[in-house]
Design a protein around this ligand. Structure first.
Ligand SMILES: Cc1cc2nc3c(=O)[nH]c(=O)nc-3n(C[C@H](O)[C@H](O)[C@H](O)COP(=O)(O)O)c2cc1C
Length: 167
């Protein structure tokens, strides 16, 4: 699959099969995340890989949709507080860095036939509690990871005319 096919194939998967994900695929996804760029190459992030088996109720405290804990894995990308690049006007790039990491994870997963869904509307306190995160970690984005059940939904996107400004 070439890059453009891959981009078209990715969608937010909100229904998962219980099928196990091969360790080799997890490894490949994590390796792609490791290669992602970060501001000033500071790599101030941690990726938490959580198995969902036997802890679905706990995980649903983080995000209550049942499909969130349906896949065999849930991945959290966290910023390491105070370690990322901060611009001279004090803007922190932690969110940008972690979004790039998650995008790499999501696209690698798609290339391997796996489904994901960006989750931002979670309860951060519950993530810290359920995943027993160290105090220096801030969870920024999450995704389930597993084989999709069902089909890609039609895309709704603004036109290029609405989105692009030429100056
Ligand atoms: C940063 C970010 C946060 C998101 N948070 C959620 C979320 O909490 N719950 C959810 O169901 N989808 C979430 N989404 C998925 C978007 O709703 C979805 O990407 C968008 O509707 C486009 O659909 P598509 O991903 O299928 O192309 C999020 C997406 C992004 C990029």
């Amino acid at each position: 699959m070439d890059f453009f096919e891959l981009i078209n194939k990715r969608y937010s998967v909100r229904s998962y099969l219980p099928d196990e994900v091969e360790d080799e695929k997890i490894r490949k996804i994590l390796e792609v995340a490791r290669l992602a760029p970060t501001a000033c190459n500071l790599q101030a992030f941690k990726i938490v890989v959580a198995k969902t088996e036997g802890r679905k109720e706990q995980l649903n405290r983080i995000y209550s949709r049942t499909w969130f804990a349906e896949a065999p894995y849930m991945i959290a990308v966290c910023a390491v507080k105070g370690k990322g690049w901060v611009r001279s006007d004090q803007k922190s790039f932690a969110d940008v860095d972690t979004a790039i990491i998650m995008d790499h994870i999501i696209l690698a997963a798609t290339a391997l036939g796996l489904g994901t869904c960006w989750i931002g509307a979670f309860d951060p306190g519950a993530v810290i509690d359920v995943l027993n995160l160290d105090k220096d970690l801030e969870p920024i984005v999450l995704t389930p990871l597993g084989y999709p059940k069902g089909e890609q939904t039609p895309r709704r996107r603004k036109t290029l005319e609405e989105l692009v400004i030429y100056r």
